[in-house]
Design a protein around this ligand. Sequence first.
Ligand code: NDP
Ligand code: GDR
Length: 322
Amino acid sequence: MSKTALITGITGQDGAYLAQLLLSKGYRVCGAFRRSSVLNLERLDYLGIREQVELLPLDLLDLGSIVRVLQKVQPDEVYNLAAQSFVAVSFDQPVSTGDITGLGAARMLEGIKLVNPKIRFYQASSSEMFGKVQAVPQNEKTPFYPRSPYAAAKLYAHWMTVNYREAYGIYACSGILFNHESPLRGLEFVTRKITHGVARIKSGQERELRLGNLEAKRDWGYAPEYVEAMWLMLQQKEPEDYVIATGETHSVREFVEAAFAAAGLDWRKYVKTDPAFYRPAEVDLLVGDASRAKEKLGWQPKVTFKELVQIMVEADMARLGL
Ligand code: NDP
Ligand code: GDR
C-alpha cells in the first residue's frame, strides 16, 4: 500500500523538490500552504507536479488548522519544512520568526501527539544553529551558538523534536542541513540573487549587483540531493539527527566570481558592496561533516560547487531566453 506524506512549506524550494521525489516513489503527497492573497505555486508548476499534489490550507500559527489537516490526511510521514526562513528578515521580525519557525514546530509535534503519535516526523533544522562556530567542521556533536533570531528559533524547534522523541517515543528526526541551493531558491538568498543578477546583467536589463558581506563562507550543496536525505532519515529503524553537508566551504566572493565567469563576465565591473545587506551579527564560516549520514543513510552529495553554480546560472539565463 502506498504511503501518505504531508509536507508543510510545499510552496518553498525544498517542499517542491521533496514532493517531486516522494511522487516518484509512489507516495500520496499532501502539501500544506498558508492562505495569502496570491497562492504561490510557481515551483510546483516549474517541476510540472501541481496537479499531483493534494493542497490543504494550514498555518503553523494555528494549532487547530494543524490538527484538522492531520486528521483529514492521516499521513504516515510529516515533513515540517515551513518556516520564516530568511535570516536577514529575522532581525527585523524576531517575534513572528520565533512564533512560526520555533513554536510552529512545537505545534506540529503537539498535533502529532494528539492525532496519531505513530506518524513519523521530520524537522528542518539548520546549520545556522552552529552560528559562531565552536569547532570546524561541524557535526552532530558540535555545540550550538545561534547568531540570529532565526537560528535561536530553529534551535528551540530542534530541541523540541528531540524532546518529543525522548518523552513520547515519537519517531521524530532533525536534519541539520547546511545551505542547499537550486534554480528554485528564493530570490532573496545570496546564491540566487547572484545568479539572477548575472542573467539580468548579461541580458542588459541591469548594470550592477549590490551585495553585503562577501567574506562569509558557506557549505553549499544541491537541494534535490538534500531532500533525498530527509526521506532517508524517516526510513530508518531508529530516529536520529543527522548533519547533511558537502564538507566544502566557499566564500560569497568565490560564488560571485564563479557565477559571473559562467556567463563570460568579469564580476569586478558589476558588483558593489552595500552596507544595507550586512547583518547585525554574522555567521562567518560554516562547513559540515556528514560522515554519520554517509555511514548510516548511505547518503553522499554528488553535485560539486562548480556544477551547482553552472546549473543555477544556466537556469536563470534560460528564464530570460538567453
Ligand atoms: P523557503 O523559504 O523556500 O520555504 C518556506 C516555506 O514555509 C514556504 O512554503 C512558506 O510559504 C512556508 N511558510 C512560512 N510561514 C508559514 C506559516 N506561518 N504557515 C505555513 N507555512 C508557512 O525555504 P526552503 O525550502 O529553502 O527551506 C525549507 C526549510 O528548511 C525551512 O524551514 C528552512 O528554514 C530550512 N532550511 C533550509 C535550508 C536551505 O539551505 N534551503 C538549510 C537548512 C534549513 P509561503 O510560500 O506562503 O511563504
Ligand atoms: P543564510 O543564506 O543566511 O546562510 O541562510 P543567505 O543566502 O541569505 O546568506 C548567505 C551569506 O551571504 C551573505 N550575503 C548576503 N546574503 C543575502 N541574502 N543577500 C546579500 O545581498 C548578501 N551579501 C552577502 C550573508 O551575510 C550570509 O553570510 C540560508 C537560509 O536558507 C536558512 O533558512 C538556512 O537555515 C541556512 O541557509 C542554512
